[in-house]
Design a protein around this ligand. Structure first.
Ligand code: HEM
Length: 535
């Protein structure tokens, strides 16, 4: 409003031209050249064709034409914020990682929440898993905890991930549905994938229609390792717990909100932060040894299983507060690149085959999504601790490499980086012995016991919601044998659930139950059973 509105020098009739002045700087080209007229292209005559010579027009349109980058292949729709993590209990007995041993230090974080199936322009409130990804800019490098709001996953092996995602995303011939699980290909895949049954119970529960992103839990899902200074490793699962508690919408609300405000969750998140009502989570860990894991009635390396807290209690060790909205949605929320392989000394991976595949996938996809090997230099991705390496050149290199040598060993330059046995990352020593094969361990064979445990742990109302969700979803499935195959799976989880869903779908009789590979167990979770308190 402080600019002067003038007619340009040629006196274009009726045009409002805003000119620099007051606090408005002069607009320039990318080369720094001041622009006199930002609205009219250069024409051979007032009625003639536009001239190719007009570099101001060409630059403006070219840059605009290149504004979009590929959206994430999954988790495309998201919203993020800055904040900090603060440790309240040290895990120095278990790990050397400073982020988990130095109390009361505020470590900066960037956190992005997402839906999984929909594209970047889809709605905030579909029935879907929510991504919960945290980048912690620690003194020892970036540590990314890339989790979801559900503690288990659909599949046991990363080999199946492209199939899962192709099944859930829009069908390739028709281009819909854009953000929903209620369609044939998703349920076809699920009905043929018994290991997904536990996750399906969670995904059909009210957890998948959260009221607010401030009210979701976050789970690292896989077992990771903590490694102490003696080199001894302890398994760990990470959980985020929302300070204001967990809350969901009910389905009718979620449907209504989707129409009234497709940005419901990101608006709520933005407004809370703008109002100083900062979202906060506690970080909890479950710690257990390899010997203890061997006694569990499931395999902790199987991502379709959780470790009941009755077996291994959750210990709260810190808190995360999100208190600053990004300046640029594109530069920060869109360009942030999380990767489960980003860890720090004192933390290591487990052999979970789903995690092992993820260690490859994220960097690989980001190389194309963010335009080549230097995306780690984008401010939101760069570490906040000193970093040095011998990498050079490549697309979008923004750092000016100094000196003659970019190799090692070398004897010409004193200031070049070298490896450090003392402070560098060491992989945990893990004993491995066996025959190379694609055989899955027998301990991964029980697909129904925890699905049953989850369903039976729900209150009556929650069970009713879960059954209604299944009826709604399956009523959108056109292919009869797919609907029946899902009901067969449900019978093996819980007869009363299958009956409810069968009735809802108008089935005259229920199809035979699926015969499980191993007997379904009713897990004994009495608190007295076993408590492993580590702190
Ligand atoms: C993206 C979580 C399994 C491949 C994401 C994001 C989250 C996430 C939260 C979004 C990150 C962001 O906000 O930018 C999980 C969890 C999994 C899982 C919790 C299972 C426990 C997998 C598997 C693969 C995979 C098995 C592949 C083998 C990807 C890819 C992206 C992604 C390619 C896009 C990354 C990007 O473009 O930056 N995942 N995911 N995920 N995930 Fe996963």
């Amino acid at each position: 409003r402080t600019g002067n509105n003038v007619k340009n020098e040629k006196g274009n009739a009726g045009e409002l031209q805003q000119q620099a002045g007051g606090s408005h700087p002069v607009i320039t080209t990318q080369q720094g050249l001041a622009i006199s007229d930002n609205q009219n292209s250069l024409r051979s005559t007032p009625h003639g064709p536009t001239l190719l010579e007009d570099f101001v027009l060409r630059e403006k349109i070219t840059h605009f034409d290149h504004e979009r980058i590929p959206e994430r292949v999954v988790h495309a729709r998201g919203t993020g914020a800055h904040g900090f993590f603060e440790l309240t209990k040290s895990l120095s007995k278990y790990t050397t990682a400073k982020i988990l041993t130095e109390k009361n230090v505020q470590t900066p974080v960037f956190c992005r929440f997402s839906t999984v199936a929909g594209g970047s322009g889809s709605i905030d409130t579909p029935r879907d898993v929510r991504g919960f990804a945290v980048k912690l800019y620690t003194q020892e490098g970036n540590w990314d905890l890339v989790g979801n709001n559900i503690p288990v996953f659909f599949i046991q092996d990363a080999m199946k991930f492209p199939d899962l995602v192709h099944a859930v995303k829009m069908e390739p011939d028709r281009g819909f549905p854009q953000a929903a699980t209620a369609h044939d290909t998703f349920w076809d895949f699920i009905s043929l994938m018994p290991e997904s049954m536990h996750m399906i119970m969670w995904a059909m529960s009210d957890r998948a229609i959260p009221r607010s992103l401030r009210m979701i839990e976050g789970f690292g899902i896989h077992s990771f390792r903590l490694v102490n200074k003696e080199g001894v490793s302890t398994f760990v699962k990470f959980h985020w717990r929302p300070k204001i508690g967990l809350q969901s919408t009910i389905w009718d609300e979620a449907v209504k909100i989707a129409g009234a405000d497709p940005d419901f969750h990101r608006r709520d998140f933005f407004e809370a932060i703008q109002n100083g009502d900062f979202p906060e989570w506690e970080l909890g860990v479950q710690l257990f040894t390899e010997e203890e894991a061997a006694t569990f009635p499931f395999d902790h390396l199987d991502s379709t299983k959780l470790i009941p807290e009755e077996l291994v209690p959750l210990q709260i060790i810190g808190r995360m507060v999100l208190n600053r909205w990004p300046d640029s949605f594109f530069a920060e929320t869109e360009q942030v690149a999380f990767c489960p392989a980003n860890i720090v000394p004192g933390i290591d991976f487990s052999e979970d085959p789903l995690l092992q595949g993820r260690l490859f996938s994220y960097l690989d996809t980001q190389l194309i999504r963010l335009g080549g090997p230097n995306f780690t230099q984008i401010p939101i991705n760069a570490p906040k601790c000193p970093f040095h390496n011998l990498q050079r050149d490549g697309h979008m290199q923004t750092q000016i490499y100094k000196g003659r040598t970019a190799y090692e060993p070398q004897s010409l330059e004193e200031d070049k980086p070298r490896a450090s046995q003392k402070t560098g990352f060491h992989s945990a020593s893990v004993h491995a012995e066996g025959v190379k094969s694609r055989i899955r361990a027998d301990s991964f064979a029980d697909h129904y016991s925890q699905a049953r445990m989850f369903y039976r742990s729900q209150s009556e109302i929650e069970q009713a919601h879960l059954a209604s969700a299944l009826v709604f979803e399956l009523s959108k499935v056109e292919t009869e044998h797919v609907r029946l195959a899902v009901v067969s799976q449900l019978r093996t989880i819980d007869e009363s659930l299958a009956k409810r869903v069968g009735d809802g779908l108008g089935l005259k009789s229920l199809p035979d139950a699926i015969a499980p590979a191993v007997p379904v167990q009713d897990l004994d979770l009495s608190p007295a059973l076993r408590i492993i308190d580590r702190m």
